[in-house]
Design a protein around this ligand. Structure first.
Ligand code: SAM
Length: 270
């Protein structure tokens, strides 16, 4: 099956009307390959038939989003970066003794948000909050349950595993002490309103599917959502190409800081 550009446009605009999600903001090569494999899986003869199938019940739309999203994650993913957060970024952000307001944007099933909650609860006094948002409601439901697999916990430092996770029959459950810090809600990063005043925004391994224009706009909106001195943390294969134009400082690789007016705390990383 080889849909024409017109077929794709029709599919995108029907989907946008139905869900508010603009698929034209995703990189076409990856997105279309993934959609065509779903069309085949459902035995539909073309995109129009696939849209009809999807439109027949909300569960089918959820299935589509779940498949499209690719939720791969794990607790303390890229452990060396988590050490930097714990030892350099958080002490700077929490130096004044107030609590931290953090956001895991594209949180999948909550591994990143739970990792940060463990570090905050164990090491830093104050009233902290960690918001996790994602477009995928199935992933968010799992995030709220605080349940993780063996594979998810392989990078968790022993002290945090002992304190914050309980194992039963191959399933690891986050301790209730973390619940008060965490909140999960659905949000489309490419369309919905952002809250303001975050000290830390983590958006890792999410934008790889977005077009360059969509990424630029998103990073501008993250900049606006940060409090002065706040940090944006991106994935270990990602870069904010227009960081300087947007006004970010780059104190550490993969970390971008909104300046505290007139004050530079670290020299720019090479
Ligand atoms: C690979 S996971 C990243 C999880 C976590 N940030 C990490 O690095 O381990 C990518 C997540 O981005 C979410 N996502 C994709 N498009 C999105 C959008 N427009 N708005 C919000 N979340 C989105 C997916 O649902 C998926 O859960």
């Amino acid at each position: 099956m080889h849909p024409s550009p017109g077929d794709w446009n029709q599919f995108y605009s029907q989907f946008l009307r139905k869900t508010g999600i603009d698929l034209a903001l995703y990189k076409p090569s990856q997105l279309q390959r993934r959609i065509l494999s779903m069309v085949e899986q459902q035995g539909c003869k073309d995109l129009a038939a696939f849209y009809q199938w999807m439109n027949s019940t909300p569960a089918n739309v959820e299935w589509f989003l779940d498949k499209m999203a690719i939720n791969v994650s794990e607790l303390f993913r890229n452990p060396e970066k988590w050490a930097e957060i714990e030892n350099r970024v958080l002490p700077e952000l929490l130096g004044k003794g107030k609590g931290l307001r953090a956001w895991s944007a594209g949180c999948s099933y909550g591994a990143e948000a739970h990792s940060l909650a463990m570090i905050l609860h164990a090491n830093f006094r104050g009233v902290h909050s960690v918001l996790g948002t994602d477009i995928d409601t199935a992933a968010l439901n799992q995030a709220r349950s605080g349940e993780f697999s063996d594979a998810d916990v392989r990078c968790v430092p022993d002290k945090y595993k002992r304190e914050y996770l309980r194992e039963s029959q191959g399933k690891w459950t986050a301790q209730p002490s973390l619940k008060g810090l965490l909140k999960f809600q659905r949000q489309n990063l490419l369309a919905d309103r952002f809250e303001q005043g975050f000290d830390l925004i983590m958006c890792r391994n999410v934008v790889i599917y977005f077009t360059d224009e969509a990424k630029d706009k998103l990073y501008q909106r993250f900049f606006d959502s940060l409090a002065p001195g706040g940090y944006l943390w991106v994935g270990s294969t990602e870069r904010v190409f227009k960081a300087q134009d947007l006004g970010f400082e780059t104190p550490l690789p993969f970390f971008y800081r909104k300046p505290l007016m007139g004050q530079k705390l670290w020299r720019t990383a090479s």
